[in-house]
Design a protein around this ligand. Sequence first.
Ligand code: GLV
Ligand code: GLV
Length: 333
Amino acid sequence: ERPRVWVSQPLFADVLARLGEHFEVEATREVTRHEPAAVNAILRRMDGALVTLNDPIGAEQIAGAQRLRAIANVGVGYNNLDIAALSAAGILASNTPDVLTETTADFGFALMMAAARRMSEAERWLRDGQWQRWSFDSLLGADVHGATLAILGMGRIGQAIARRATGFGMRTLYHNRSRLPAAVEAECKAQYVGFDELLARADHLVLVLPYSPQSHHLIDAAALAKLRPHATLTNIARGGIVDEDALCDALEHDRLGAAGLDVYEGEPRLNPRLLQQRRVVLTPHIASGSLATRRAMVALAVDNLIAALGFGPRAGDPPSPINGGIRDRGPGT
Ligand code: GLV
Ligand code: GLV
């Protein structure tokens, strides 16, 4: 009997087809917000699953899933996975780093520029037929070239944003849990500073750090108060890093220049106050969303799942494991 795998959401069917060479595949046909009990009922029958960031997988979902040995997440961030629970159950988790780095950095840079130059507000204004009211000081924004870029979270994506900034003559500061090797700092032309100094000196602050209990509401009222009133805030990481009510307060009291948000706490629900703000650019979690990159992410997740379940050229050695150190408990044990 061939192993069974579940695909939690509709993904590129032609990319998923390779799963069918090794497994019985049960693919979800429509975008679905799966209930935890429904996921549990499915996973109890499965050897592996390919899931997205909209699918929380924790103790509740994997309870009694005796055959389950691999979860492949389509996405670099994996805060939807309870890694401790998966490791304790001997389930190998994987994600999709690297393939999305440059595409996500492109978007982060674009969102920062769009916020600085008020592009969404300008388009709403134009579509509303307000052009007759144009004056020389309409919709004035902040410069990006020559400004100070502040990157919070200097992983692969943060570094790729820093490299882009050199072409704009920006000064790049960064803060990260650990300082980068000097050679990487030199290549990115980025200077390490403390958290408070990063905020105090930023013209444009970009968030690219993983979400965790430590980064929950890291950008709260106190942190926002350290930013200068003309500064912009761009978030392409996870919504829960920013206290959205504090962000709205800062925007409403002109204590912040503008914001560009691709991620939200509780998405796809939106804080209604955000929708009321003028100087924000809001996008629906699409930073990795070029066609080529989204396909590459699914292809990598497929490679991870095939290898984690012991098939293909990399059997037992998936390309991007998260908890690679766990001992495989073997099928059906
Ligand atoms: C998207 O947010 C990802 O983590 O890949
Ligand atoms: C992940 O956090 C990355 O920057 O690749």
